[in-house]
Design a protein around this ligand. Structure first.
Ligand code: DOR
Length: 424
């Protein structure tokens, strides 16, 4: 089977080149990248006016399967992924049961494979049942193929236990994806702690909730030598700390989610829980620091923290609704609109942060558009404008604060292992 992706601008972060070319794919592998030649193929995807980029890799997704299928399933989550241009996703382990042993890892991996949509890689929980008391079967899960460990949704508050986990991560050569949140400092907070939210009479979550654990985890990474990846950074000091740690040679990388580089707590609409996520929307100063951090390549990754919840749950108001918003189907357009179009990032940086860097961090041979490599690709039109409408989402979760927002940038086709799995 020969697939030809024609007339696009090929973005290859592998060697930082951008060129007008056709991409010929045979049996799942990129066979040739050529220009000005006539090539015959079984199927042609027209990429005129589009970028042909390495398929996006989302390091931070909640598929909710097993156990919370009313919010999302592996199938609906992966349909949402390919609709958003993602060809690989890392699923977080805060499911029911928690992914703390090889059986649950195998369950998700098998389900993912059978879908034939995006690749799914299941992250393993750090502690049994995410209870923070004893380590999960990290070795068994490594054998089952986890790309990383993470206690996402919370932090392991026992630093000694976390240090042990980091030592194991170092031994097995996998990164630790860290959700930084000091649960004692949260103290019932639901939104950022600032003047705006005080006026709304909502309990606040201060920046220190994130910063103290980020600092602790960086010190533990220094001590153990483990590769630490800070999830969903939301504060200006997280950017500073990553920069400082890197200068010292500590193995730390960091991600930012679109909602954190776009919205502030002032955008929160009265009692609308689509503005409630963890960490919360911060202040203008934080947003600007995150944007600058991305621009200067201090912050390596754009991830979504795709966190679907039901309409009933999200309808309970800001105080009672669960934390989290969906992101798989809006991330690329939001990045193009808010970062590339506004001059913070080049398209090459977008491809690096949404594909190449996640691949490097996770140790995957992905994130490039090169001959001989697996054809995981996205055809992305940077100029197509539309209005975000949650009814168009394939995800079960419709919980987004971006409904009605005008954006620029549309996924025209997603190709996984040489198969067109989504086409506009
Ligand atoms: O807002 C969030 N929702 N943040 C997290 O860290 C977890 C996630 C969830 O699982 O719903």
């Amino acid at each position: 089977m020969l697939l030809l992706i024609k007339n696009g601008t090929v973005i290859n972060p592998g060697d930082k080149t951008e060129q007008k070319a056709d991409v010929l794919v045979e049996d799942g592998i990129i066979k040739k990248i050529v220009s000005g030649q006539s090539v015959k193929a079984d199927r042609v995807v027209d990429a005129s006016d589009c970028y042909v980029m390495p398929g996006f890799i989302d390091m931070h997704v909640h598929l909710r399967d097993p156990g919370m299928e009313e919010k999302e399933t592996v199938e609906t989550g992966l349909k949402a992924a390919v609709h958003g241009g993602f060809t690989t996703v890392v699923a977080m382990p805060n499911t029911k049961p928690v992914v703390d042993n090889a059986d649950v890892v195998n369950y998700v991996h098998n389900k993912g494979k059978n879908m034939g949509l995006a690749h799914v890689l299941q992250a393993g929980a750090v502690t049994k049942g995410q209870r923070g008391e004893a380590l999960s079967d990290i070795e068994g899960m490594v054998e089952a193929g986890i790309p990383a460990i993470s206690e996402d949704g919370k932090s392991v508050m026992n630093a000694q236990l976390y240090r042990e986990a980091m030592t194991l991560a170092m031994k097995y050569d996998i990164p630790v994806l860290a959700h930084c949140e000091d649960i004692n400092l949260v103290n019932g907070g639901v939104v950022n702690a600032d003047e705006t939210t005080e006026k709304m009479r909502l309990k606040g979550i201060s920046n220190s909730v994130e910063d103290v654990i980020a600092a602790r985890d960086i010190m533990l990474a220094r001590e153990t030598g483990a590769a630490l990846h800070l999830c969903h950074c939301s504060t200006k000091d997280s950017v500073k700390m990553v920069e400082m740690a890197r200068k010292e040679g500590i193995r730390v990388t960091a991600e930012v989610c679109p909602h954190h580089f776009i919205l502030t707590s002032s955008d929160i609409r009265e009692n609308d829980a689509n503005y409630k996520m963890n960490p919360p929307l911060r202040t203008k100063e934080d947003v600007e620091a995150l944007r600058e951090g991305l621009k200067k390549d201090i912050m390596d990754v754009i991830a979504t923290d795709h966190a679907p919840h039901t309409a009933i749950e999200k309808g309970m108001g800001i105080r009672r609704a669960p934390f989290g918003i969906v992101g798989l189907e809006t991330a690329a357009a939001l990045t193009m609109t808010e970062l590339v179009d506004k001059g913070y990032l080049t398209v090459m940086q977008m491809a690096e942060k949404m594909s190449y860097n996640p691949a490097k961090i996770l140790g995957l041979e992905k994130g490039v558009v090169e001959e001989g490599k697996e054809a995981d690709l996205v055809v992305f039109h940077p100029g197509r404008e539309y209005t975000i409408n949650p009814d168009d989402f394939y995800s079960r979760g419709k919980n987004t604060p971006f409904a009605g927002k005008k954006v620029k940038g549309m996924v025209m086709a997603t190709i996984v292992g040489g198969r067109v799995v989504y086409e506009k």
